[in-house]
Ligand binder design. Structure first.
Ligand code: ADP
Ligand code: ZN
Length: 294
C-alpha cells in the first residue's frame, strides 16, 4: 500500500478565466501553486503541461468548467463539450493532458471538485451526502450522495433550476438559455444588471440581499427536497457577503414550512455553511481526484 504523503499529485482547477495548477500530497499539503490565464487552448495547454512536466507527479486531478463529458464509456469522455468559450467547445482536455504527461488523470466538474475538497479536507470532512454551491459569475453546484459524486446522465446543472419569481420582481434575468433561472436571477452579473452596480458595491442595500436570499433560499429548499443532503456548503464571490447566511437560513426555513423535520435542520447554522478552505477547495479536491486514480 502507498503511504499517505509519499506520492506527489498534480491538481488542475480549470476555470473560464484562470487555470490554477498545483502540486501536493494526498494529506492535503500544497507544495506549489500557480495561476495561468485561460486563453485559447493552443496557448494555455502548453503552459499547463510546462508547469507539470518536471514535477514528478504520480497522477493528475482535473476539475473543469463545463459542461463536460464524465461518461468513461463515451468517445468524448474528458471533453469540455458545449461551452461558448472560444476554442474550448468540444475540446479533449483529459486526453491532451494525459498524452503529454503520461500519468493517470482523474476528472470531474469544477464544483464536484470543490465539494470533494471540502468533504475530504475542509470543515465538512467525512460528510457523505453534501452539496456545494458556488454563487459567482455563474451559479453551479456539486452533489455527493452516499460518498459518491453525482454524475448521472451528465452532471447536475443546479444553477439552472427554475425558480418562482418574487411577487414584485419584474427582472427578466440574465441567463441566455432560460432568462430567470437561478443563475439568471441570482448570479453576480444578475445582481449587477438588476441593481445597476457591482454586487460588492451594494453591501449596504438591505433589499438587495433580502431578494438574493429569497432566491438562494428557494433553490436550497428545492435541493433539500430533491436530494436530501446532510450539509450545504456555499462558496463563490457573492457569498463573501456574510450577511446573506442568516437571511438564507431564514428563507430556507420559510420555504420548507415545517414539512421536513430532521435533527440536522434544527441547527441550520451548522447545516448551511460557508466554504472553509479559502480558495483552495477546488485544488484540494483535484488532489483527491488524482489520488483516486492510483
Ligand atoms: P468566478 O465565478 O468567475 O470564479 P467569483 O466567484 O469571484 O468568480 O465571482 C465573481 C462575482 O462575485 C462577480 O459578479 C462579483 O461582482 C461578485 N462578488 C465578488 N466579491 C463580492 C462581494 N464581496 N460581495 C458580493 N459580490 C461579490
Ligand atoms: Zn439558466
Amino acid at each position: 500500500m502507498i503511504q499517505s504523503g509519499r506520492n506527489k499529485y498534480g491538481a488542475l482547477e480549470a476555470g473560464g478565466t484562470k487555470m490554477v495548477c498545483a502540486v501536493g500530497y494526498d494529506d492535503g499539503r500544497i507544495l506549489e501553486k500557480v495561476s495561468i490565464p485561460t486563453l485559447e487552448p493552443d496557448k494555455t495547454i502548453p503552459e499547463i503541461i510546462g508547469f507539470f512536466r518536471d514535477k514528478n507527479i504520480s497522477a493528475l486531478g482535473v476539475a473543469s468548467f463545463g459542461p463536460v463529458d464524465l461518461d468513461k464509456t463515451s468517445p468524448t469522455y474528458g471533453y469540455i463539450t458545449s461551452t461558448p468559450k472560444k476554442g474550448w467547445g468540444n475540446y479533449p482536455l483529459v486526453s491532451a493532458l494525459k498524452e503529454a504527461l503520461n500519468v493517470p488523470v482523474g476528472f470531474d466538474t469544477d464544483v464536484n471538485g470543490a465539494l470533494l475538497g471540502e468533504v475530504t479536507f475542509g470543515s465538512s470532512k467525512g460528510i457523505t451526502d453534501a452539496i456545494y454551491i458556488t454563487i459567482g459569475t455563474g451559479i453551479g453546484g456539486g452533489v455527493m450522495t452516499n460518498g459518491k459524486l453525482l454524475h448521472g446522465m451528465m452532471h447536475p446543472e443546479l444553477g439552472h433550476m427554475l425558480l418562482r419569481p418574487e411577487e414584485d420582481d419584474k427582472f427578466k434575468g440574465v441567463c441566455p438559455f432560460h432568462g430567470n433561472c437561478f443563475e439568471g436571477l441570482a448570479s453576480g452579473p444578475a445582481i449587477e444588471k438588476r441593481w445597476g452596480e457591482k454586487a460588492e458595491k451594494l453591501y449596504d442595500r438591505d433589499e438587495v440581499w433580502e431578494l438574493e436570499a429569497f432566491y438562494i433560499g428557494q433553490a436550497i429548499a428545492n435541493l433539500i427536497m430533491t436530494l436530501s443532503p446532510k450539509r450545504i456548503i456555499l462558496g463563490g464571490g457573492v457569498m463573501h457577503q456574510s450577511k446573506l447566511f442568516p437571511l438564507i437560513r431564514e428563507a430556507v426555513k420559510k420555504n420548507l414550512n415545517g414539512y421536513i423535520r430532521t435533527p440536522l435542520l434544527e441547527k441550520l447554522d451548522e447545516y448551511i455553511v460557508t466554504a472553509s478552505l479559502g480558495d483552495d477547495q477546488g485544488i484540494m479536491g483535484c488532489i483527491k481526484l488524482a489520488a483516486g486514480e492510483m
